[in-house]
Design a protein around this ligand. Structure first.
Ligand code: HEM
Length: 238
């Protein structure tokens, strides 16, 4: 499912059919870079994720601290799996460029869960089947760079974007200071915008072939779908 196969649309094939100097023909209207393709390709599913009622109710203060704690608890298995995949990419000649220590979230989630649930947080958190399914997908990536890029993009650029809005709303409505919401604080990334620009440059520098680019965008849609499924399940619980 995440395997990358040579497709008939790959550069190699296009080159063999009329572009001997490697200038593959490109639809002039279509986005070329991976970052642009990801943004374009996930616009609709982003809106869907953002418009989930659980997200709206959490952000408008209609829920309570327990709902936020449950929401954050779902992040734990997801980031464990994502950051295991990051560790695997570090060893990859192309993938290493996309792995940033300053993005690592697992330790902040652990600290937040300790604050929210107490010392026995590992037993106290209640992981949803939808969360397990998301984490399982991440564990299946098996070194596939395009698919890893899709998942890392979906989470980290989201955390650095909408996540910053979520943090402020959670603090405002549920009375948090910094403790409990450290997941949203990237201490080594003082300004999100320039970092996101660098991240997009790294995405665009991965040198994926056409088939890998296509599968990366498709996998990002899958990643958003998992996030939406978790929100739906949280909405049913709270
Ligand atoms: C409360 C819900 C959300 C809000 C308010 C929100 C808001 C935003 C905003 C304002 C941006 C644009 C930032 C910019 O241009 O720099 C953004 C980008 C992004 N968001 Fe969200 N978002 C939400 C939920 C999500 C979710 C659930 C995900 C996926 C897990 C996500 C992933 C992303 C990604 C990947 C981007 C970067 C888009 C790009 O420039 O390529 N967001 N979000």
């Amino acid at each position: 499912m995440t395997a990358t196969v040579e497709s008939p649309h790959s550069h190699a094939h296009a080159d063999a059919h009329g572009h001997p100097h490697g200038t593959a023909s490109v639809d002039p209207g279509a986005p070329v870079t991976l970052s642009a393709r990801l943004r374009e390709g996930t616009r609709k599913v982003h809106d869907e994720a953002e418009n989930q009622s659980f997200v709206g109710r959490l952000m408008s203060g209609e829920l309570d601290r327990d709902a936020y704690a449950d929401f954050l608890a779902q992040h734990y298995p997801i980031y464990l799996a994502l950051e295991e995949a990051s560790a695997a990419q570090r060893a990859d000649a192309r993938g290493a460029s996309l792995v940033f220590d300053e993005l690592t979230r697992t330790p902040s989630i652990e600290a937040d869960l300790q604050f929210l649930f107490g010392a026995d947080w590992r037993d106290a958190i209640d992981v949803l089947p939808e969360t397990e399914a998301y984490a399982a997908r991440l564990r299946e990536l098996d070194g596939d760079l395009g698919a890893y890029a899709a998942h890392a993009y979906t989470r980290y650029l989201g955390d650095l974007s909408g996540g910053q809005i979520i943090k402020r709303m959670i603090q405002r409505h549920y009375g948090f200071g910094e403790e409990g919401v450290s997941f949203y604080t990237f201490t080594e990334i003082p300004k999100a915008k320039p970092f996101k620009d660098v991240y997009r440059e790294r995405l665009d520098g991965l040198e994926l072939d056409e088939a890998e680019l296509d599968s990366a965008v498709a996998e990002a849609v899958v990643a958003f779908g998992h996030n939406t499924a978790v929100f739906r399940a949280l909405g049913a619980r709270h």
